[in-house]
Design a protein around this ligand. Structure first.
Ligand SMILES: Nc1nc2c(c(=O)[nH]1)N[C@H]1C(S)=C(S)[C@@H](COP(=O)(O)O)O[C@H]1N2
Ligand SMILES: [Mo]
Length: 234
C-alpha cells in the first residue's frame, strides 16, 4: 500500500474511506454477483431489465462531493489534456481544441462506492473514445490510466474506457461542470463506480500493462462493477 502519512489531511480521508470498506467488506463478499451479461449502464434504457438501483445503493437528488480534499482551480486558459503512452500520435489539447472535438449528449447514472447514486444525469462532453482515437493506440495498448490535476489517478481496461457512455464532460444538469465536481472537465464511467471517473482530468495515458490508480492501489476493486456489488478487492 502507498504511504499517505506525509499528508495528514489526505491520510485522514483515506483512513475514513478504508474504514467504510472494512465495514461493508464482509457483506459485499457474501453477496452473490448480479447477472450482468451486457453491462450498459447509461440512462433509463440501460437499466432495462435491471433493478432500479445497483445492490446496496441509495438514490440521492443532491450531488455529494468526494475527493482527496484538494480542489484545483483550472482556468480555460490553463486547461490542457495530454493523450500519450502506448500510441502512435501522442498529442495535447487546449480548450479550443477540446471544443472542436465532436460533442455528445447523454443521460446516465452516477454510482458512488459510498452507496449513493444519482440517476438520469444529463451530461454533455466528448467521448473518451474520440480523444483516444486521435492518438492512434498501438496494438498492444490494453489499459488506460487517467491522471488528474490534484494528483489523483484511476485505471481502466481500454475496452471499458472506449464504451460510448464514457465521456469527458464539461456540462452536467445543463450547467458548466462545477469546480468541486471536477470542472472544467472530468471523466464519467456510468457502468462503473464513480471513482473510475477522474475529476480535473489532465492526462490519458495508454498502457500495455495494467497499473493501479489511487484507490485501486488502496484496496478498491480493480473492476468496479456496481451491478455486481464489486466494491473492494480482497
Ligand atoms: N481528480 C479526482 N477525481 C476523482 C476523485 C478524486 O479524489 N480526485 N474521487 C473519485 C471518487 S472516489 C468519487 S466517488 C467521485 C466523486 O465525484 P463527485 O465529487 O463529483 O461526486 O470522483 C472520483 N474522481
Ligand atoms: Mo467514491
Amino acid at each position: 500500500m502507498p504511504d499517505d502519512n506525509d499528508d495528514p489531511k489526505l491520510a485522514r480521508i483515506v483512513e475514513a474511506r478504508l474504514k467504510l470498506r472494512d465495514r461493508f467488506g464482509a457483506a459485499s463478499y457474501a453477496t452473490p454477483s448480479q447477472a450482468d451479461p451486457t453491462p450498459r449502464g447509461s440512462g433509463p434504457p440501460n437499466r432495462h431489465g435491471m433493478p432500479q438501483l445497483p445492490i446496496d445503493q441509495v438514490s440521492t437528488e443532491k450531488w455529494p462531493v468526494l475527493d482527496l480534499g484538494r480542489q484545483p482551480e483550472v482556468s480555460h486558459a490553463r486547461w490542457k489534456l495530454v493523450v500519450d503512452g502506448a500510441c502512435v500520435r501522442p498529442y495535447e489539447l487546449d480548450w479550443a481544441g477540446f471544443g472542436a472535438l465532436e460533442q455528445t449528449s447523454d443521460v446516465s447514472d452516477f454510482h458512488c462506492v459510498t452507496k449513493w447514486s444519482r440517476l438520469d444525469v444529463p451530461w454533455r462532453g466528448v467521448r473518451v473514445a474520440e480523444a483516444i482515437a486521435h492518438a492512434e493506440p498501438r496494438d498492444g495498448a490494453r489499459f488506460v490510466l487517467f491522471h488528474a490535476t490534484d494528483g489523483y489517478t484511476t485505471n481502466l481496461p481500454l475496452a471499458e474506457a472506449l464504451k460510448p457512455d464514457v465521456l469527458l464532460v464539461h456540462t452536467a444538469d445543463g450547467k458548466p461542470l462545477a469546480r468541486v465536481h471536477g470542472g472544467p472537465v472530468r471523466v464519467i464511467t456510468p457502468q462503473l463506480y464513480a471513482w473510475k471517473g477522474a475529476k480535473w482530468v489532465c492526462r490519458i495515458e495508454l498502457m500495455t500493462a495494467d497499473r493501479r490508480g489511487f484507490w485501486e492501489a488502496r484496496g478498491y476493486s480493480n473492476t468496479a462493477y456496481p451491478w455486481r456489488n464489486d466494491r473492494y478487492s480482497t
